[in-house]
Design a protein around this ligand. Structure first.
Ligand code: SF4
Length: 217
């Protein structure tokens, strides 16, 4: 008898996308449990453990129940569960517009290229910069996105250097600079971007502005 594919899930919910290219659009979020990183600013520590073992079929059924065309697979670090790859492909096969929020520490090579992979490159002040898997850069397509969470001017300079070093604006649809919430003033980061004429987009986290980051949004 075939063994059902299962994933450990923290939550599945319907909300507005808070980040990246589809910000503000209704989206179903599938939050996978677990993450091998410990970024200093992590706002989803509740997804580090616990969760519920759920079959792929059950996940797909719950997602379908929201009657929404967009799905964001997030975490934790979703790619820490190998079956995440099956989930991504199953969602694409069903015609959803799928995005994946991943830390940049796990290889994205196996993730379906129909998915818009949002690679969150870890800056020095995240405390997890050494975890970046730079081989991911070669895997990026124009459908993917890069995000930097900026905690300081040092982080900004580092991100600016990486942008040039890897010619990131030519590789992906969007390069996003997000101020670490409550640490860097959005207007300050905006001014840095303007001063340097950087080919990047300022990103504010809509779900924090609207709902103060309460789980389920
Ligand atoms: S990679 Fe994401 S979920 Fe994991 S510790 Fe960092 S911010 Fe939190």
């Amino acid at each position: 008898m075939a063994v059902a594919t299962t994933l450990r899930i923290t939550e599945i919910f319907h909300s507005l996308q808070g980040e990246a290219r589809t910000v503000g659009l209704p989206t179903v979020f599938v939050r996978l449990t677990g993450c091998p990183l410990r970024c200093v600013y992590c706002d989803t520590a509740y997804a580090f453990s616990g969760g519920e073992l759920t079959t792929l079929d059950d996940i797909l059924e719950r997602v379908a129940g929201f009657s929404c065309t967009r799905v964001c697979v997030t975490g934790g670090e979703p790619l820490a569960q190998p079956e995440c790859l099956s989930l991504l492909t199953a969602l694409c096969d069903r015609g959803y517009d799928v995005s994946l929020e991943t830390s940049g520490a796990m290889p994205i090579a196996g993730a379906d290229t129909r998915v818009s992979r949002v690679l969150d490159l870890k800056t020095p002040d995240s405390g997890e910069c050494h975890r970046n898997d730079w081989s991911n850069i070669e895997q990026l397509t124009p459908h993917d996105q890069i995000k930097f969470v900026v905690c300081s001017r040092t982080d900004y300079e580092w991100a600016r250097f990486k942008l040039d070093e890897f010619k990131l604006p030519t590789r992906v649809s969007d390069v996003l600079f997000s101020p670490s919430y409550g640490v860097v003033e959005p207007a300050e980061l905006a001014q840095w971007l303007l001063d340097d004429r950087l080919a990047a987009r300022l990103q504010l986290q809509l779900h924090k502005l609207l709902w103060n980051d309460a789980p389920g949004h």
